[in-house]
Design a protein around this ligand. Structure first.
Ligand code: FES
Length: 230
């Protein structure tokens, strides 16, 4: 099969083409095969190879995917993800994702003693805890391009678990999310459709946004679609 890889080299994007015996393999296995057997200069990022660490996101045939859990059977193109700053070949800078987590203080404030959660209490936040911070929800998000201060879908996905988990001592955690412009989300659902872990970021953003309105942290914003007037 033909594998075309879009690489960032010396400030420009260039395409490299390889012939690889890779039918039925994952994109990550194909990249490893290229690096080990054909072109040792190819750079990409991966660690766990099992869909857990979240480092291997790339675009496969134009769609954002985890390289390690995407199996391919025909010719493919592999590109670096959108939005993030490219560093070398398929490797991009993830720092902007961590900066937004810091800005929203998305972490637990521990209770003096641990308290167990019942299974149904855990169910409420499990979509949030399933997030592996692969960043794919951010790379497909149009709101980021409109508002550089928007907190990112990944930040709100993680924040949901912190806000609604009773083991967090800070019961006013929602306040920390105010600077992240949650209302810049267009609710296009690109993030939800692309998430490889089915975390439904747009749904979690909607619930956080509703609660922020309810507690007076942000003002209610209604969209006028024009067709509701008589
Ligand atoms: S290598 Fe860890 S998620 Fe793909």
């Amino acid at each position: 099969m033909k594998v075309k890889v879009k690489r960032f080299k010396d400030g420009n994007f260039v395409w490299s083409e390889y012939e690889v015996d890779g039918e039925g393999r994952t994109v990550l296995e194909i990249l490893q095969r290229i690096k080990e057997e054909i072109d040792p200069t190819l750079s990409y990022r991966a660690m766990c190879r099992a869909g857990i660490c979240g480092t291997c996101a790339v675009k496969v045939n134009g769609e954002h995917k985890l390289a390690c859990n995407t199996r391919v059977y025909d010719d493919i193109t592999i590109e670096p993800v959108d939005i993030a700053t490219p560093i070398k070949d398929l490797v991009v800078d993830h720092e902007f994702i961590y900066e937004k987590l810091k800005k929203g203080k998305v972490w637990f404030d521990p209770l003096p003693t641990n308290i167990p959660l019942k299974p149904d209490e855990l169910k409420n936040t499990e979509k949030s805890w399933d997030c592996i911070l692969c960043g794919i929800c951010n790379y497909v998000c149009p709101a980021i391009q409109e508002d550089k201060n928007f907190g990112l879908p990944s930040t709100f996905t993680k924040a949901y678990g912190v806000v609604f988990d009773k083991r967090n001592a800070n019961k006013e955690k929602l306040k920390d999310l105010v600077p992240l412009n949650i209302q810049s989300c267009t609710h296009c659902k690109n993030c939800t459709f692309s998430c490889p872990k089915d975390c439904t970021p747009e749904f979690l953003i909607t619930i956080l946004e509703n609660n922020m309105v309810r507690y007076g942290l942000i003002s209610r914003k209604e969209q006028d679609f024009g067709f509701l007037g008589f």
